[in-house]
Write a protein of this length. Structure first.
Length: 283
């Protein structure tokens, strides 16, 4: 069967047909799908019959598994981060974010699968950080190109503990994952394109700016990334899988439900984000 890639919007997202992820992917298909991910940033696979084991196997075809830095309280294999929510508003997934940017080497990508859905609602939206960067004015791009930001686990883990999604000790997690610095604008290691790399869940401050300056600029960038022009919205069913490029996207779990929703996430190891090489850029 021929694999078909159908774009969902002009800037982000594609639906993939003609591949059964429950069977072992050939090298040719892995290369084709990796290319499709780089082009579309988010791939949606429908009509898939997956188990936790086959979900992990699909992720492993694209790289080493990145175990969840902070395990949730909801069980599952060690490779899987289980998000089990009934009243999701304010729990963190309903804010635009990239996964685990408080680590020195955030995931290259994540593969998401919903196992249980509410009767209505529970969509996930995804946004292109390429498009967010490119929509800035030239002066603002030039400013952001030079900046570095601190990413911190504290905000997300405090919410997880408070809502019963983690039994971790806050001080131990903070010691295990001290704040890290990443460029505000990163260069994608495979495409060479520039992407904004700040998010409300993990980015605490911008290095070198006074507190009020940092807060003002981050508020602007956080709001800027919410533009509908950068987004695609995915409606889930229990036979769908979404593969996202965590290096150049953010996502938002719409908190419009009051029934149980269970999602499994498997992440793929990434490399430390790299900013702009100004010497090369100016030569």
């Amino acid at each position: 069967m021929t694999i078909e890639i159908q774009s969902l919007t002009a800037v982000i997202g594609a639906e993939v047909r003609g591949v059964d992820l429950a069977t072992e992917l050939s090298d040719i298909n892995v290369r084709l799908l990796r290319g499709a991910l780089l082009e579309n940033l988010v791939l949606v696979f429908r009509d898939q019959d997956l188990t936790p084991e086959s979900h992990i196997a699909v992720a492993r075809a694209f790289g080493e598994i990145k175990h969840p830095p902070v395990a949730t309280a909801h069980g599952g294999p060690p490779e899987i981060n289980v998000l089990d929510q009934t009243e999701p508003r304010g729990e963190g997934a309903d804010a635009w974010h990239a996964d685990n940017t408080y680590t020195s080497a955030p995931p290259m990508g994540s593969l998401l699968r919903v196992l249980q859905l509410p009767g209505v609602g529970g969509d996930t939206a995804f946004a292109s950080m390429y498009a967010a960067y490119e929509a800035l004015s030239p002066v603002m791009r030039e400013l952001c190109d030079e900046l570095t930001a601190v990413h911190d686990v504290t905000r997300s883990i405090v919410k997880a503990i408070a809502r019963g999604h983690s039994t971790a000790n806050l001080a131990e997690i903070q010691a295990k994952f001290p704040p890290v610095e990443h460029p505000v604008v990163i260069v994608h290691p495979e495409t060479g394109r520039r992407a904004l790399f700040v998010n409300v869940n993990s980015t605490a401050r911008i290095v070198g700016l006074r507190e009020e300056e940092s807060d003002m600029l981050l508020r602007f960038l956080f709001e800027h990334t919410k533009s509908p022009e950068f987004q695609v919205r995915v409606k889930w069913d229990e036979r769908s899988l979404v593969f996202l490029d965590n290096r150049c996207t953010q996502h938002y779990a719409v908190a419009d439900y009051h029934e149980r929703r269970v999602l499994h996430r498997v992440a793929i190891e990434g490399k430390p984000p790299v900013g702009i090489d100004h010497a090369s850029a100016s030569s």
